[in-house]
Design a protein around this ligand. Structure first.
Ligand code: SF4
Length: 246
């Protein structure tokens, strides 16, 4: 199927140039308009939502459910999530009528080979994330041309200049909430009567696996509790290196 993206080809353009072109076209639109265009015109049937079912996830899940509840929603099931997260995932999927939740887990043989005791995170969080997040995602990444993420520019210094659409070397990443603030999220959730993740009120503005997530102090970056005390700030699923190094 020819998609809208095919009409955007610039002379001698690369995917990076296409992403910049799409970003420019989407600039100034609401998150809902960005999602609608990317789901129905730019990448129809070739796009998935990657969701952690964390503190802010209900917003994009709600928006996507209103446009197309059959959109694939990918959850990286590391087996190390807070039990509150898996309960919240089940609650939101049911409430929003999402019909295509895909739970991705580490390959059982790789888990046996590389993490026989289940404590790889204690030795190397990079290797653990590669095993339980990046490599499972890598198994399906070619199934889609583009991915929707919930990343926001305010979340950390590494995301300050994140574009609305980017090319990561393999897929397009669409970031409809790039310009949103914490207040925007709160307002949208209240307006649409969306339940909060139960850990938010316990001081977790960003929620990952339980061994690698701590509550944050007032005034800290929202992601300061992720891999606290380490240089690591991202799990690797948003970088070009797809799961090397376990
Ligand atoms: S966040 Fe921690 S427990 Fe989860 S996959 Fe990464 S290192 Fe492992």
């Amino acid at each position: 199927m020819t998609t809208l993206i095919d009409t955007l080809k610039v002379e001698d353009g690369t995917e990076t140039a296409y992403a910049a072109e799409i970003s420019a076209r989407l600039e100034g639109l609401t998150a809902q308009e960005i999602l609608r265009l990317t789901l129905t015109e730019f990448f129809p049937s070739q796009i998935a939502l990657s969701s952690s079912f964390g503190a802010d996830s209900a917003v994009l899940l709600h928006m996507v459910s209103e446009i197309n509840p059959h959109t694939p929603v990918i959850f990286l099931d590391t087996d190390r999530h807070f039990f509150q997260t898996t309960q919240y995932r089940n609650q939101l999927v049911k409430q929003l009528g999402l019909t295509n939740l895909i739970n991705l887990k580490a390959d059982p043989q790789e888990a046996k080979d590389f993490d026989p005791k289940g404590i790889l995170w204690q030795q190397s969080t990079d290797a653990c994330c590669a095993l339980r997040k990046v490599r499972p995602l890598n198994r399906v990444t070619d199934d889609y041309q583009a991915w929707i993420t919930g990343r926001k520019r305010h979340q950390s210094a590494t995301r300050t200049h994140m574009p609305l659409v980017e090319w990561d070397g393999r897929n397009y990443k669409v970031n409809p909430l790039a310009t949103w603030t914490s207040e925007d999220i709160k307002a949208y959730m209240a307006e649409n009567d969306l339940p909060p993740h139960p850990l938010v009120e316990q001081g977790y503005p960003s929620i990952g696996c339980f061994p690698c997530t701590k509550p944050v102090e007032e005034g800290q970056d929202a992601r300061a509790g992720r891999w606290a005390g380490q240089e690591k700030t991202e799990c690797g699923i948003h970088s070009v290196a797809y799961g090397e190094g376990i």
